[in-house]
Ligand binder design. Structure first.
Ligand code: M6R
Length: 364
């Protein structure tokens, strides 16, 4: 049932504040300022390496997790798409945790990779939205997202719920490895607990984004740029737009522009820049200015301070609530989802069932 919404995708975008709160509830104890995964710290303490494997949007959630796990837990992380991981003869050492992320828990490539890792002696953890799925059954450690059924082929609420679980996992692993003070843990829990309200704040810009969609809908190509944990969000934004509006889009690490893609820049290619305030803001803005200096038309997504500082000369700006950099990837998912959604509606495509795609890809 779509309720008051025109499409399942729109409904699922709007569910995010509630379902992310639901998911966080089972991994955080806000009153004690603790993260609480369903596994004793002693079972995590000897993990020496994490391998993250997934496909599509779930893979991008994994890319964000790589930043978090390395930063907080200081455990090396490798990440690959499932279709590559399975066939590249990966090195599996003792003390390896293989982490699989999947909304459906049935994606054939990811499931095959899971079995491969298990056979290689890795401890297997899964972040899945369907608790009865094959991946859930075959895992040593099951970390469910509580997003509820996701119907739209374009994944939205499953993604932000995956991020919520992965942030808790990173913090819990850090604590188990003795890398997190009580104070730091308390702070992380507090920032995560603020995410649902921030997601609500981000949804308030829906109408503005809807208007902006008319400017993007005529483009043949669109670029998305981000840095650090918001670089995967640029990839996610581009994937969402491709999937449902059929506009060619690419996501890049902002710093990579001058190594090639900047050659594409002209006034016909809108460039969406994701730049929350934080340690990477200045660098991202300088990459954005390189684009503008070559006639590129930029849509800047930032918070009030960021837009006050760098919003001049942009084609348009989208103001997000000002949040701690830890939760920015969750919050910035909303405008990229909404932009893709409204562009697709303007173009009149089949938003919930885009051509050539299936909700669950059960063939390799
Ligand atoms: O069910 P999964 O999370 O394993 O699915 C992985 C991808 O097929 C999926 O994320 C796909 O990229 C979505 N259609 C993206 O919106």
């Amino acid at each position: 049932d779509k309720g008051n919404h025109r499409h399942f995708m729109q409904k699922e975008i709007y569910e995010q504040p509630v379902v992310v709160a639901q998911t966080l509830q089972s991994y955080l104890r806000p009153l004690d300022g603790k993260v609480a995964l369903p596994i004793p710290d002693s079972d995590l303490a000897d993990i020496r390496r994490v391998t993250i494997v997934a496909c599509g949007t779930s893979f991008y959630a994994g890319m964000v997790a790589q930043y978090w796990i390395e930063r907080f837990a200081r455990v090396p992380v490798e990440i690959d798409v499932a279709s590559e991981y399975r066939y590249r003869d990966p090195v599996m050492e003792e003390g390896g945790l293989a982490l699989f992320i999947s909304q459906s828990g049935e994606t054939a490539d990811t499931l095959a990779a899971l079995r491969h890792a298990k056979a290689g002696g890795q401890k297997v953890a899964v972040v899945v939205n369907v608790p009865t799925s094959s991946m859930a059954r075959e895992a040593d450690l099951l970390l469910p997202t509580h997003a509820g059924p996701e119907i739209g082929v374009a994944s939205t609420k499953a993604f932000t719920c995956q991020l919520a679980v992965l942030a808790a996992l990173a913090a819990n692993l850090a604590r188990a490895k003795g890398r997190l003070s009580e104070e730091e843990e308390r702070r992380i829990v507090r920032h995560l607990a603020e995410a649902p309200a921030a997601l609500n704040g981000a949804l308030a810009y829906d109408e503005m984004i809807e208007k902006m969609a008319h400017m993007i809908a005529g483009a043949r190509d669109v670029l998305y740029l981000g840095r650090g944990p918001d670089y995967p969000l640029a990839l996610e934004g581009a994937l969402k737009l491709k999937e449902i509006s059929y506009i060619h889009a690419e996501g890049y690490a902002a710093g990579e522009m001058k190594h090639g893609p900047i050659a594409l820049i002209d006034e016909a290619v809108p460039v969406i820049v994701l730049a929350p305030s934080g340690p990477l803001f200045e660098k991202t803005v300088s990459n954005m200015q390189e684009v503008q200096a070559r006639g590129g038309r930029v849509v800047l997504i930032s918070d009030y301070d960021g837009i006050a500082q760098a919003g001049d000369n942009c084609l348009a700006t989208i103001t997000m609530p000002k949040v701690h950099p830890l939760i920015a990837p969750l919050v910035y998912a909303i405008p990229v989802q909404l932009l893709a959604y409204h562009v697709a509606v303007v173009k009149g495509t089949d938003v919930d069932q885009p051509r050539n795609l299936a909700k669950s890809v059960t063939v390799e």
